[in-house]
Design a protein around this ligand. Structure first.
Ligand code: BES
Ligand code: ZN
Length: 619
């Protein structure tokens, strides 16, 4: 397989120096929207005559670079910036550190830019409490470099420590163990929080939040954190956390991170969840009131093994993080709700994969399980493909092995074998084949090349149990095939026997069909009242269905939803739908421009890009 451990998304890769520890000393400056401070990068040299260390940076101002121990100033050079990847920072190593095995610690004093892509600075008016500012980070995939000069590649792992100074009434949390806080001796308006992550992690897992945060205990090793306005709701919604953690431990071995806390972010958080160690970040759109979206928590918990312990060595092997995580997330669902639920979710995943493949086009390189990302920002290649093609491959391999227990045994062994490492797809495949040496012939028919390197849908579709999905298909078909005179046959009873996930599935199926008539939409609105659902996945699909049917009364609600919820999966698609919906287009563009400055920088950039590309393709 064509692969070195190349990470084309980073300047710092393929060098003979590795980070062994990061120590951060930060002052969080809300009035200037900057983090000001220093990082000490401890490094080890792997070869002889290695003269420099190359770090990734983006929009950072570097004030000074010195040898932490001797105080000697070190020469450094910032290259011309690359739009996607930022600016490489080359530092001349002290001469004592230029030989194999030598170590040194380099202190870089710097500050971030107010437009750092990793950070969103919220005004008090953008928070639930309305009185205090709020800051949070999102580093995956390659945004850590806008927060810290570092080897911003998942191929390098290091532990970190941090000292974070914030306004005295606020709380800081990081993706690390909390060591406590103290009043700042030199300034009583400030407080300093201390953190330590002793497990080596890649840079994309460094995370920070600062705000008026409270917590509730939800399990022996878990708290939920958020502004006080939704902390109780969160404690209810995520009450299954410990059960999920113990199932995950059964499946993958001991949880090594100590604490597993959840942080509910303000509405602009761009993802459903982010697996920051010790402190998963989640969107408030999971607060459905009935725990129906808790699979996202199962997913992020699973990353504590697949992703955070065993890590993709470059973003080209992202499926090792996400495909494995989806596969195990659904094993957790099976333990909690039965094997049929796992199959039901896999069927939904296959459909998401079809949509993802269609969006790029069946021959597009981003639909390869292992895409080529040379010079590409991984955010641009992001899709359901690594998640769903990846988990489908594992599902298929499990059926070939023929025994689920045996495959789970392999999973545990894979984690033990590669924990604390960053690996390639080849490492996985080699280990799989060696593990099942005695059964090798079961893999004879696997077309590895097609799975890994061919675009489009996978070469094989596993067969799934349809007991939980057939009702969704039936209801979808009833709607599609009923004439306007049949509409009275629908009622709220139709949904009574369906779970929220089945309602979501039904709506997803309807979205693949030709648009419904306005009369159908009116009836569906009256019968099901989906616009009033507490489940954001249901609401989102309802709005899409209405827009598809060109149902104009939905425009204000759909726009409000797209503006309120910065979760990319919702905002990008809804704005995209509205930009294409003739009568809504101008309004949607105007709302986007009005709101842009308050949006998360990643969401704003993506929606804008979609808008511009849409304009280009319509000329
Ligand atoms: N690690 C991802 C989120 C991510 C991926 C952020 C790539 C930035 C770049 C996280 O684990 C994830 O996959 N979240 C999903 C939820 C999941 C249930 C599929 C999401 O945000 O929707
Ligand atoms: Zn994930």
């Amino acid at each position: 397989m064509a692969d070195s451990k190349a990470d084309f998304c980073s300047f710092s890769d393929r060098q003979q120096v590795v980070t062994t520890k990061l120590s951060l000393d930060w002052d969080i400056n809300f009035s200037e929207r900057k983090i000001n401070g220093s990082v000490q990068v401890a490094v080890r040299t792997l070869g002889n005559d290695v003269a420099k260390l190359v770090l990734d940076t983006k929009d950072l101002t570097i004030f000074s670079v010195c040898d932490e121990v001797t105080g000697e100033k070190l020469d450094f050079h910032l290259a011309e910036p690359d739009k996607a990847l930022g600016t490489s920072l080359s530092i001349k190593l002290p001469s004592s550190a230029q030989t194999k095995g030598a170590e040194c610690t380099i202190r870089i004093t710097y500050e971030t830019s107010p437009s750092a892509l990793a950070l969103q600075w919220l005004k008090p008016s953008q928070t639930a409490g309305k009185n205090h500012p709020y800051l949070f980070s999102q580093c995956q995939a390659i945004h850590a470099r806008s927060m810290i000069p570092c080897q911003d590649t998942p191929g390098v792992k290091a532990p970190y420590e941090a000292k974070v100074t914030v306004p005295v009434d606020l709380v800081a949390l990081m993706s690390a163990e909390r060591l406590g806080d103290e009043l700042c001796p030199s300034d009583s308006s400030k407080k300093t929080f201390l953190f330590k992550q002793s497990v080596p992690i890649p840079s994309y897992l460094i995370a920070i939040v600062v705000g008026l945060l409270e917590s509730r205990t939800i399990g022996p090793r878990s708290k939920v954190w958020s502004e006080k306005e939704n902390v109780d709701e969160g404690a209810y919604e995520f009450a299954e956390t410990e059960e999920m953690l113990s199932i995950a431990e059964e499946l993958m071995g001991p949880y090594v991170w100590g604490q597993y806390d959840l942080l509910i972010l303000p509405p602009s958080f761009p993802y459903g969840g982010m697996e920051n160690p010790c402190l998963t970040f989640v969107t408030a759109t999971l607060l459905a009131g009935d725990r129906s979206l808790a699979n996202v928590v199962a997913h992020e918990i699973t990353h504590s093994w697949t992703g955070n312990l065993v890590t993709n060595c470059s973003w080209e092997h992202f499926w090792l993080n996400e495909g494995f995580t989806v596969f195990v997330e659904r094993k957790i669902a099976a333990r909690m709700h039965g094997e049929k639920q796992r199959h039901f979710e896999a069927i939904g995943g296959w459909k998401d994969l079809q949509n993802g493949v269609e969006r790029f086009g069946v021959t597009h390189g981003y639909t390869n399980l292992i895409p080529s990302l040379k010079g590409v920002n991984p955010d641009d290649a992001f899709s359901a493909v690594p998640y769903e093609k990846g988990s489908t491959l594992l599902f298929y391999l499990e059926t070939l092995v023929g025994c689920k227990d045996e495959f789970e045994e392999f999973l545990r062994s894979y984690i033990q074998k590669f924990k604390h490492q960053s690996i390639t797809t080849q490492d996985f495949k080699d280990y799989l084949l060696s593990y099942f040496q005695d059964k090798q012939s079961v893999f004879d028919d696997v077309d590895w090349d097609a799975w890994f390197f061919q675009p489009g849908m996978p070469p094989i579709k596993p067969s799934y149990d349809t007991s939980l999905s057939s009702g969704c298909l039936d209801l979808c078909q009833r709607w599609c095939h009923s004439s306007s005179t049949d509409l009275h046959s629908f009622s709220s009873e139709d949904l009574k026997l369906l779970t929220s996930k089945q309602v979501v599935e039904t709506l997803s199926l309807l979205l693949l069909e030709p648009p419904l008539s306005l009369q159908h939409i009116e009836s569906m609105k009256d019968c099901y009242k989906l616009g009033a659902s507490g489940n954001a996945e249901i609401k989102f699909r309802w709005y899409r269905l209405c827009i598809r049917a060109e149902y104009q009364p939905i425009i204000p609600q759909a726009l409000d939803f797209a503006v309120k919820w910065g979760r990319l999966k919702f905002a990008r698609i809804l704005f995209g739908d509205l930009f294409k919906f003739g009568v809504a287009r101008d309004q949607a563009i105007a709302r986007f421009h009005q709101h842009k400055a308050d949006m998360h920088p990643i969401t704003a950039a993506m929606v804008e890009k979609d808008l511009l590309e849409g304009q280009q393709s319509s000329v």
